[in-house]
Design a protein around this ligand. Structure first.
Ligand code: DX5
Ligand code: ZN
Length: 228
């Protein structure tokens, strides 16, 4: 059975209390904390930088899954790695084969994992195929980057299926991370199509009790996996 992981996106909480959001991730038994970094260029919002990641790092030992929705990620990758990110995910739309290779070797030196993210309309680029064994996580976005609280775009499902099939057919351990509009009601659909890391912003933090909401997502995923 695949390892299902719940990754709350703290962007959906009160931005004046990100530390509190991290504490709730710990209390709810989340597997990793999803940190959305947006620069106002790549996507229409501005969130936080390495200083915030460093401050949050002091709050917990959970895996920090840093989703860099920024232009020129090579300028900042090392800063986020030093700040305590464990997995750094870059967007395919701003990568080239050579910038991927450079980033990969930079992160290898610091022992960090690397991910590739795709906007809803972006196919998996051909150049990634021969590099997939270097990628810990493929982030299939099911909303356009920028804001929490959007509705999942179900037209991404065929791409999710095909990306999952590539990973499975090659026997890779690459996580398939679903990011955008994950709610208890659609967990079964994404798990059935191969998603195993469930990012949830509003699906956790816009619920009355975020700690319980993490458990509810996990239970939905477990039922979907077991077919109960
Ligand atoms: C969107 C971010 C997502 C988002 C998730 O730009 O990458 O991680 O905040 O939030 P929900 O689950 O509310 O769509
Ligand atoms: Zn994200």
């Amino acid at each position: 059975m695949r390892d299902i992981r719940i990754a709350p996106s703290i962007l959906a909480w009160d931005l004046g209390d990100l530390g509190g959001a991290v504490d709730m991730c710990v209390e709810g038994g989340a597997d990793q904390v999803h940190l959305d970094v947006i620069d106002g260029h790549f996507a229409p919002n501005i969130t936080f930088g390495p200083g915030t990641v460093r401050a949050l790092r002091r709050r917990c030992d959970l895996k920090f899954d840093t989703h860099l929705m920024i232009d020129e990620p090579q300028r900042y990758a090392e800063k986020f790695a030093e700040a305590g990110s464990d997995l750094l995910t870059f967007h395919a739309e701003v990568l080239t084969p050579s910038s991927f290779d450079e980033l990969r070797s930079t992160l290898k030196k610091s022992g960090k994992e690397m991910g590739i993210a795709l906007k809803p309309s972006t196919p998996l680029p051909g150049w990634t195929l021969e590099r997939l064994d270097e990628v810990s996580s493929l982030v299939v976005m099911t909303v356009n980057p920028g804001f929490s609280g959007q509705t999942m775009d179900m037209s991404v499902m065929p791409k999710l299926e095909s990306v999952s099939a590539i990973v499975r057919d090659r026997g890779l351990a690459t996580d398939i991370e679903i990011d955008g509009g994950v709610e208890p009601e659609n967990v079964a659909q994404v798990v059935a199509r191969g998603g195993n890391v469930l990012v949830a912003g509003a699906g956790v933090f816009a619920k009355g009790d975020p700690v319980k909401a993490i458990g509810a997502l996990r239970e939905r995923a477990r039922v979907a996996e077991d077919g109960e």
